[in-house]
Design a protein around this ligand. Structure first.
Ligand SMILES: NC(=O)c1ccc[n+]([C@@H]2O[C@H](COP(=O)([O-])OP(=O)(O)OC[C@H]3O[C@@H](n4cnc5c(N)ncnc54)[C@H](O)[C@@H]3O)[C@@H](O)[C@H]2O)c1
Length: 293
């Protein structure tokens, strides 16, 4: 068990998550290929990672040599065929089931019979994808948290199709990149952290929408009474209010339960384009450097 020999890593999707996942793996010593369909995303990822790593060198968290060596191990491509020698592929593309299914079907024709195919999806369980590949036993969820360069936790989720070998090898792999994995023995949409966080968000939004307190006050209570490092509204701004919206729409589409739909205030924010920190306005306002004003 857990004896899959991982020598070469591939990450698909060079966005917020994929770029950092690739960097973390390269820092841990793995040769990594980061693929994206958009050259523009790759160019952005390079600039972003450069900035992030320079900052860490300045703060003394890594030496210049460690970072340079990690960048030497990291290659970028727009061709999926370049991932053919990967022992593990971590998918971090757009959160749309059809796009993920299409990608995994393509990967199936490119990678070896025993390559682990993992999805970093925030909500989609791997059994929704497993039927498009010829070796479903190699598929599981490996769910990182944002920002991946900072957050230690990773949830590994074993679907009914996932072999023990794949689950154990994924756990070992996560440890080898200096993260702390937890194995979910059965699939459930949203996994552990986001399900618990979702309940907290729901209650915060309920209290706000019904006029019990302002969003600033609710955030303050979570920080000062519950010792949370950040309040639920500031957190929604950070991750993107649209992410909350799409997660809830996905859940509603799966369950058909009206209660699973996005809340009124979240829907309003998305309609107005007030998506959070990335656009300068969400529940709070931000200057061009992303500092709250
Ligand atoms: N943002 C978060 O906080 C967070 C946290 C945990 C998990 N996730 C999950 O990670 C995944 C990626 O999220 P993100 O925030 O990095 O998204 P993002 O929009 O920042 O990046 C997605 C990238 O995927 C690329 N892409 C789209 N389709 C592709 C394809 N077919 N092949 C190759 N590249 C493709 C896009 O060009 C883009 O660069 C999603 O499944 C999301 O649910 C996100």
């Amino acid at each position: 068990m857990g004896n899959k020999n991982i020598k070469q890593v591939a990450v698909v999707g060079a966005g917020a998550m994929g770029s950092q996942i690739a960097m973390v793996c390269a820092l841990a010593g793995y040769p990594v290929t980061l693929q994206d369909i958009e050259q523009q995303s790759i160019d952005k990822a390079k600039v972003f990672l450069d900035e992030q790593m320079n900052r860490r060198v300045e703060k003394g968290r890594f030496t210049r040599e460690e970072v340079d060596n990690a960048f030497d191990r990291l290659s970028f491509t727009v061709n999926l065929e370049d991932l053919s020698n990967a022992n593990i592929v971590i998918e971090a593309i757009i959160e749309k089931l059809d796009a993920k299914r299409e990608l995994f079907a393509k990967l199936d024709k490119i990678v070896a019979n025993d390559t682990i195919l993992a999805t970093n999806s925030s909500t989609i369980v791997s059994s929704k994808i497993a039927d498009v590949v010829s070796h479903p036993e190699n598929i599981c969820n490996i769910h990182f948290f944002n920002p991946v360069l900072v957050m230690e936790m990773v949830e590994v989720v074993k679907g009914p199709h996932t072999s023990d070998e794949t689950a154990q090898a994924s756990m070992e792999f996560v440890k080898s990149i200096h993260k702390t994995p937890v194995l979910l023995k059965k699939e459930i949409s949203g996994f552990i952290a986001n399900r618990i966080l979702g309940k907290l968000m729901d209650e915060a939004v309920y209290l706000y929408e019904n006029g019990y307190a302002t969003h600033e006050e609710i955030d303050l209570v979570c920080k000062k009474a519950l010792n949370h490092p950040i309040g639920p509204f500031a957190l929604m701004d950070l991750t993107g209010i649209d992410v909350n919206y799409f997660v809830r729409m996905q859940r509603f589409n799966e369950s058909g339960d009206e209660n699973d739909k996005p809340s009124r205030i979240v829907t309003e924010k998305v309609e107005k384009g007030e998506l959070g920190k990335k656009v300068g306005k969400g529940f709070y306002e931000y200057d061009e450097k992303g500092i709250r004003v």
